[in-house]
Write a protein that binds this ligand. Structure first.
Ligand code: TNX
Length: 529
């Protein structure tokens, strides 16, 4: 395979090959008549798994008779089996029954929950493919879901087609994969405030995250230009605050039902939604709705420009904390994930003391409603709880969080900001952090990126997409792909198993997948398409 075989991997490779040969010999003592050899493609997985051993020359072939066997009494596992079945049915036209292992028909693709395999972790899985079966085992449903993404990527790219396709074979190469993520937090952020994106558009983005085993979608739900989620106790936030966006378009907002639809869609793909209401700054849309929350006497109007740092809640007013309480309470109640993001970035109109007092008080409110707080790295000026997470984006100031036992999510702009232009000729995006080509996004190690920060201090990585220049999800996709798959591999794959040359050649094989899926992408000259 593509990676330098370790001694251990080589030993296991022999074991796997021996097993396959022996298995084939037992099952068929008489040689079958020669049939045309199915084409077996080497695995081209993104993110690359923690360990992979191929059994050369052999493959499992999906046919009209192939079924999926799952414990049908477990609704969650059954739903994962149905997702894989639906994926296979569409282009093949095969019936792909999902049955319980006890039925005689018992499928040759077996998904099994094995809680005792706790060493696989909360998202890990083991996949064994032989000529006779595909066996996927995980300690949790999330692991099974990550595992079926691997099965999906091992199948011919035609598996992504929405139309029936005639193929002589649908093979999965024989192999053994034992896999689990390096980091627990592998995220993407979408700014739905500068431009609004519909529920369907957000779900399309979630589909891309799922394919690359990402597990967090952070939604930037409010900023100067728009407030995008209904707060029942503060109806003007959306009645007034949602009415515009950058450039003066119509804006938009999610009802709480819409938001819950997004949460549910993400949850079915084992992706956690992290809601962000940016405060005390980036709050003009909220102030336009409730002018009393500002210190100024002149009521602020709606804003459709792109300046930052100028708006703020009046942090010395009690009313401000009643407001924050309402917002945090209502959003927390419809958010099953453990985090609430308070923003906290780029406040230029408060004293350091005012800022710190605000963040510490809001931290208490977030915790009161059962959530852990996360905020942009500026929050490290305040005294943080150990459960609070600081999101690094521009400098080393995030390291101040470590003195409190808080951990970090790394989103370094020159690596992970998907709203940066790829090159000077990229039409969309910004360039304040420079130009970020695919290799820039790929070639860094979170554990050595910042002085004084080690692997243990990091919960993970996240790729934000700020939407000042992005008017629809196709524009978002153009900037996200292929840099988001690169960040996905930074977050999932052990550092020792990562290599740019190898990554870019695997990445190239994903282009027809994106085409089938109808997602936009940048055809980087760094990738051998
Ligand atoms: C900085 S990153 C911001 C955003 C902008 C972004 C544009 C951060 C915490 N704040 O308000 O949209 O730059 O790249």
């Amino acid at each position: 395979m593509h990676r330098k075989d370790s001694q251990q991997q080589r030993v296991r490779a022999f074991a796997v090959i021996a097993f396959v040969v022996a298995g084939a010999a037992c099952a068929r003592p008489v040689a079958p008549p020669p049939t045309p050899q199915p084409v077996i493609r080497p695995p081209q997985l993104v993110p690359s798994p923690a360990s992979l051993v191929t059994a050369s020359g052999a493959a499992f072939n999906i046919t009209r008779a192939t079924g999926i066997s799952v414990d049908t009494t477990n609704a969650e596992v059954r739903a994962i089996g149905e997702m894989l079945a639906a994926l296979i049915r569409r282009p093949t036209g095969f019936p792909v029954a999902v049955t319980s292992p006890s039925t005689t028909a018992g499928g040759a693709i077996i998904l099994r929950l094995a809680p005792e395999r706790s060493s696989l972790g909360g998202e890990g899985y083991e996949l064994n493919v032989t000529t006779d079966s595909v066996r996927l085992v995980a300690a949790s449903p999330a692991g099974l879901f990550r595992g079926i993404q691997t099965v999906r990527q091992l199948l011919p790219v035609d598996i992504e087609s929405e139309m029936g396709i005639e193929r002589s074979s649908w093979t999965i190469p024989a192999l053994t994969i034992v896999d689990q993520p390096r980091f627990a937090w592998r995220g993407a952020m979408l700014d739905v405030a500068r431009h609004f994106f519909t529920v369907r558009e957000v779900q399309q983005y979630i589909d891309v995250l799922a394919l690359y085993k990402l597990n967090v979608l952070h939604l930037h739900l409010a900023d100067d230009q728009g407030w995008r989620i209904v707060i029942n106790s503060r109806p003007k936030l959306t009645a007034i605050g949602s009415l515009t966006q950058v450039g003066g378009g119509p804006g938009g907002f999610y009802t709480q039902q819409d938001y819950q639809d997004i949460v549910r869609y993400a949850r079915a793909r084992y992706i956690t939604i992290v809601p962000e209401i940016d405060m005390p700054g980036h709050i003009n849309a909220g102030l336009a709705a409730y002018p009393d929350l500002a210190c100024s006497t002149r009521p602020p109007g709606l804003y459709s420009g792109t300046d930052v740092g100028w708006s703020t809640l009046c942090v010395d007013k009690e009313a401000t904390y009643a407001f924050v309480d309402d917002v945090v309470r209502e959003i927390s109640a419809i958010t099953p994930g453990p985090y609430f993001h308070i923003g906290g970035d780029e406040v230029q109109t408060l004293t350091p003391e005012q800022y710190v007092r605000f963040v510490e008080r809001v931290q208490g409110i977030v915790n009161k409603y059962g959530k852990k707080m996360i905020g942009w790295e500026e929050i490290t000026k305040a005294r943080l709880n150990p459960t609070t997470v600081a999101q690094q984006w521009k400098s080393d100031s995030a390291t101040a969080a470590l003195q409190y036992g808080s951990k970090l999510v790394l989103s370094p702009a020159p690596k992970a900001y998907l709203d940066m232009k790829y090159t000077p000729s990229t039409k969309l995006g910004l360039n304040w952090a420079g130009y970020v080509e695919v290799r820039d996004s790929y070639d860094w190690d979170p554990a050595t990126y910042m002085k004084g920060v080690t692997e243990r201090d990091i919960v993970g990585v996240e790729a934000p997409t700020w939407s000042e220049t992005l008017r629809n999800i196709s524009a978002v996709e153009y900037l996200a792909i292929p840099r988001l798959p690169a960040i996905a591999e930074v977050g999932w794959t052990p550092q020792a198993a990562r290599d740019w040359e190898n990554f870019r050649s695997r990445l190239a094989t994903h282009e027809p997948r994106w085409q089938y899926l109808g997602v936009n992408y940048y055809r980087s000259p760094q990738v051998p398409w």
